[in-house]
Design a protein around this ligand. Structure first.
Ligand code: FAD
Length: 280
């Protein structure tokens, strides 16, 4: 229950949102599937600024970038993003709870400060930039460097777009869940660019967004395998690199060791699928 709420706003412009957010005990709401779900997240709020009237729903693509509006629900990403950015559509489709898939937004998923949101993992592999509107102006920040800041609201303002600038030749996403509708125990994404660079990311390795992370050493190993075409022992090499980089995080779902090994297996599967023909 919003017991302390005395003001609800639904501005049509980002500037009006930013002005309203200067009031203490304010929060923005997008799909509401996280904020509304638990009183501890909203009982203290005096004002809610609803983002749903902003023109930020949809995917725009040109030769330079694909821009995904922060109000785009996960359902709109399923099968809608260009084949090069397939990992995003696969991550959205992995949300099998259709009510959540239809309602929850890209911005809400990035900003609720958790490592099991799927989308961040795919976006890290795709070297995503996030556009944030603050009272000081519009900033584009690399998600790889600022995911935790975006997720914890440390940049202030409102997340307006996710921007995918690079052109991967191949990308894919995979997760592992206890039941079909659970958040993932862990997940992984792989993107391989036409210039041969590769990027591997995985999620679920902390209680907050810091547990969704890029794996630079593993990425270098994967790129080296693709570039050299030396496939001898590739599974062991990828697995060893991933296990060396993935932190150990234990929670009620899994021990840290189990989760690390599961993530390494998912990464190996993604690399195997790519080597078997995904790059043709
Ligand atoms: C049954 C169920 C299953 C779920 N499963 C998962 C799951 O598997 N993985 C997962 O990650 N989550 C899951 N969730 C939580 C939630 O649905 C998602 O995290 C969802 O993506 C939140 O999006 P939203 O648009 O509804 O965000 P909201 O609830 O509207 O907002 C979430 C937070 O982000 C902030 N915010 C929203 N948009 C912006 C923006 N554009 N700029 C700045 N701040 C913003 C809000 O202030 C709030 O703090 C689940 C929830 C339920 C009820």
């Amino acid at each position: 229950m919003y017991l302390d709420l005395d003001r609800y706003l639904r501005p049509e412009r980002v500037g009006a949102c930013l002005a309203a957010l200067t009031r203490p005990r304010s929060a923005v709401i997008a799909g509401g599937t996280w904020l509304n779900a638990d009183p501890s997240r909203h009982a203290h709020l005096a004002q809610v600024v609803d983002l749903q009237a902003l023109a930020l729903r949809g995917i725009e693509a040109d030769e330079e970038a694909v821009k995904i509006g922060a109000l785009t629900p996960l359902a709109d990403l399923v099968g809608a993003v260009e084949p090069d950015f397939m990992a995003i559509g696969m991550a959205a489709a992995a949300e099998r709870n259709l009510a959540i898939r239809n309602r929850s937004t890209v911005g809400g998923r990035l900003c609720r400060n958790a490592a099991d949101g799927r989308l961040a993992t795919a976006m890290l592999a795709l070297n995503c930039q996030v556009e944030v509107c603050t009272p000081a102006g519009v900033r584009e920040v690399p998600l790889g460097k600022h995911l935790a800041d975006v997720a914890a609201g440390r940049l202030g303002g409102v997340v307006t777009r996710a921007i995918l600038e690079s052109t991967p030749g191949y990308s894919a996403y995979i997760d592992s869940t206890l039941t079909a509708v659970d958040a993932p125990v862990t997940d992984a994404a792989l993107a391989v660019c036409v210039d041969g660079t590769a990027r591997v990311a995985t999620g679920g390795h902390a209680a907050d967004a810091s547990g969704a992370l890029s794996l630079p050493e593993t990425s270098a190993v994967v790129a080296g395998i693709g570039w050299s075409k030396d496939y001898a022992g590739w599974r062991a090499k990828v697995r060893e690199a991933a296990l060396a980089e993935i932190p150990s995080y234990t929670d009620a779902l899994a021990t840290g060791d189990y989760r690390r090994h599961l993530a390494a297996t998912l990464i190996t599967r993604l690399v195997g699928a790519w080597l078997e023909g995904g790059d043709e």
